[in-house]
Design a protein. Sequence first.
Length: 374
Amino acid sequence: MSLPFDARPLTEPADRATVRSYVQQVRQSGRAPAGGGMKLVMGILVGVVFLLIFGSTFFSIVAGFLSMGAGGDGVLFVIVPILMLLAVVAVTGTAIYRLVRGTSGERWWRLDRFAQANGMTWFPSAPNPPLPGMIFGQGSSREATDVLRGTTPRFVEFGNYRYTTGSGKNRTTHRWGYVAVKLPSPLPHIVLDATSNNSLFGSNLPTSFDIDQRLSLEGDFDRHFTLYCPQGYERDALYLFTPDIMARFIDNAAALDVEIVDDWLFFYGKREFSTLDPATWAWLFAAVAAVLDKFAQWERWRDDRLAPSAPGATPLPFAAPAELLRPPPGVAPAGRRLTRGIPWAALVIVGAFVFFWVLSQIGVFGALIGSFGR
């Protein structure tokens, strides 16, 4: 029996003493790592160092502005340094927040109670989660945070995920929200790339796929998703994505990227999924519920490429039961992974920018403008 959706723990008043006691208990039990106070101290130290380094320069500029405005009305020369001060405070505060974000005891307390109220279990973090989805094999320093897991009626996991790419000045942290749902049996590798979250450079997904694997479906499904399936598995994809299932994805998950790989279904988004916002949780719960009751149809799918071989020339004294002639659950090697492609659209746009930048640096545009001016 499923529990009714209960978002009250996300917004109910929190008693500070209760939260402090909870955090201490969670750390002592080993569910959460110690060291949150150390991160806070580090954040404060970063702010102090920032102010010490840039403080003298800032105050000399402020003094200059004030002296310039001392002889007249000088309203502008008073407003400008105030705005500069606010900017410095904002930058420092943001740096401290980013260091201590995720260690808030109240956040832990609320998410843990929300998980319990909805039949799930909360975990503060899960380093390098062993999931087969495309975002989990990227970069380094992989970590899922604020993970909520449920096992009834099947395994489902909600979480925030981050990984880093590059090094030094080119080091970038990528952040995702994800939902992972365990499927009844393995299915072909299928990706639904939502069109609503694409950028100027095309898909926001970390992996691109060969364009020959695109499959157009009926209705207006193509307006919401670009579907990729392994070549030769087009009929299988049509079996899995019947009109009623397509309608459910459009109505409930049009803003999410979807991946089916092995016996997992993933929803992805470039935002926090595990949050204190009740509306986000209601949306995600609805998206999962919309496809759960269709898994029975997916469970009946079988890969004909795994069918038993035809009987040999030598007849047997008995006949195999008809149900044993049906292919076993699983996917043939050709359907287990999509073939990756090259992001041509992004490369063309970047190449065009580089081309025009080079022309501007060598003076081609200036010469052209000069020739037209004669």
